[in-house]
Design a binder for this molecule. Structure first.
Ligand code: ZN
Length: 79
């Protein structure tokens, strides 16, 4: 299971009704709280739904597809 950090910016399978599809993670845990960066609305998603819907994550100003994302601190030759 990937670890997401507070402040991570992600895109989801579907954009918010306001048209924006950039979300900031503002709370993690069993439920994930996301802030829409278009209209600043907050939504809660059960973590399992979040993990099904998340598509990309912004790392060092680049969008990384979540299937290629191993976590920011992941090192191939550790563990
Ligand atoms: Zn919105």
């Amino acid at each position: 299971m990937l670890n997401y950090d507070l402040g991570d910016i992600v895109t989801l399978k579907k954009p918010h009704p306001c048209g924006e599809n950039k979300w900031e993670i503002v709370r993690t845990g069993v439920d994930i709280k996301l802030k829409c960066l278009g209209c600043n609305r907050l939504v809660w998603l059960p973590r399992i739904d979040f993990e099904k819907r998340v598509r990309k994550i912004l790392v060092d100003e680049k969008w990384i597809s979540i299937v290629h994302y191993k976590g920011k601190d992941h090192k191939e030759d550790e563990e």
